[in-house]
Design a protein. Structure first.
Length: 412
């Protein structure tokens, strides 16, 4: 399928127009005491988020003359704790919504990847030297607080970014084995709303499980830190994180891979949870899937009972009993960041034709929806070119991954 150049230009122009309207003051002040500007998250959110920022950088880097991309990253570094931890979400003045004591604060650690993606266009070594200590400290903090004794990582539904995706076994009943979210660990303005987080299975399942996405993302972050350290001539640091990446890869392949199902799964109480979700494909991008396992693992993306839907790639397998045809947020919707992640991982591992196929179908769905609605949506229905249910408009934000990054990087 060929796309008209004017359609691609329209997508980029509209993305940039919406994104500019989202620009707001950061928590960083200039030399005259005025706030520098940062990117907005998208939708109706006033807060700024860890992984939203990372994904916005990946497409926004193509418009450095128009968008405050570096400020948006620096805004997160400015909000870090003295120990170097960067929480998943902050209010507009830089106060954390969640404290590190609970994994609800543990976001996908993707800022190193975002910085390296930015570096691909700027070649700014001085920036890498500036940000490496921040990224290193955050990674080490997350290792100390969220790595379990078996080497895998614990997590939380909100923390992982996939808010309502069920990660626990279907047979599991509510218990008190996990880490309870205490009111003092939540920003005072949000404490009255804590009842929306529980008691429920979704937000009390954390340390009982091992999270394939967060474990793989930590391996990926170690790989990125190794690459960054090498670029700035920190050979010992580079070797340290290379070894850490290799060790995490070994653990994930040993504990999370299922030979019968040819898939990586979460664990619960030490046992694999046979539930196919999009988070498992972070293993491809992390570079931890052995060559001998790649064909079987990737084949699920061509299975109409799993991940081969009209609008790729659904967040949950079609065969899962909790899959929703209209998306139901992370129970089936196709999301820009995870679809981009899958495409990038496929390309990195030599599956270029599959990466192109998914890119074409993704762009086709988003283009059709844009032409009808004149905006970009937070997520899409997995079965038709419609917004997911629910889904916010004007999400630029990470919707720019589909309207800008995927066409530029995989289709031209």
């Amino acid at each position: 399928m060929d796309f008209k150049s004017e359609d691609l230009a329209d997508l980029e122009e509209a993305t940039l127009e919406i994104a500019k309207k989202k620009i707001v003051p950061s928590i960083i002040l200039d030399s005259e005491g005025e706030p520098l500007m940062r990117m907005g998250t998208g939708g109706r959110f006033d807060n700024f988020f860890f992984w939203d920022t990372a994904f916005t950088v990946i497409w926004g880097r193509y418009f450095l003359d128009s968008l405050p991309i570096e400020n948006s990253l620096d805004n997160l570094y400015a909000a870090r704790t003295e120990d170097g931890f960067i929480s998943r979400e902050y209010n507009s003045i830089g106060e954390p919504i969640w404290q590190h004591n609970h994994p609800i604060a543990f976001a996908p650690p993707l800022l190193t990847w975002a910085e390296l993606s930015l570096f691909e266009l700027t070649s700014d070594i001085s920036r890498l030297k500036k940000v490496f200590p921040y990224l290193k400290s955050h990674h080490n903090f997350c290792t100390e607080y969220y790595q379990a004794s078996d080497g895998l990582f614990i997590g939380d539904a909100l923390g992982s970014g996939m808010d309502n995706l069920k990660r626990y076994p279907n047979s599991w009943e509510f218990d008190n084995d996990g880490i309870k979210l205490k009111p003092e660990w939540v920003h005072s303005m949000y404490r009255p709303h804590m009842d929306k987080l529980g008691p429920s299975h979704q937000f009390t399942w954390n340390s009982q499980g091992r999270w394939i996405d967060l474990s793989s993302q930590m391996a990926f972050d170690a790989k990125c830190l190794s690459e960054m350290a090498k670029l700035i001539n920190l050979e010992e640091e580079s070797e340290h994180y290379r070894k850490k990446h290799n060790k995490l890869a070994e653990i994930i392949n040993d504990l999370c891979w299922n030979e019968e199902h040819q898939f990586y799964f979460d664990l619960g109480y030490g046992e694999q949870i046979i539930r196919y979700h999009i988070g498992s494909y972070w293993t491809l991008l992390a570079g931890i899937v052995p060559k001998s396992r790649q064909e079987g693992f990737v084949s699920h993306l061509s299975d109409t009972k799993k991940f081969d839907t009209r609008v790729p790639v659904p967040s949950l397998s079609v065969s899962d009993p909790d899959f929703s045809s209209d998306g139901k947020y992370w129970r089936g919707s196709s999301w820009h960041p995870t679809t981009y992640m899958v495409i990038k991982g496929l390309e990195m591992n030599g599956f270029k034709e599959k990466a192109k196929e998914i890119s074409i179908r993704n762009l086709d769905a988003n283009l059709k929806l844009f032409k009808r609605t004149k905006t970009f949506w937070e997520n899409l229905s997995p079965l038709k070119s419609e917004p997911g249910n629910p889904s916010q408009p004007d999400f630029c934000g990470w919707a720019g991954l589909s309207s800008v990054a995927i066409p530029r990087e995989f289709l031209t």
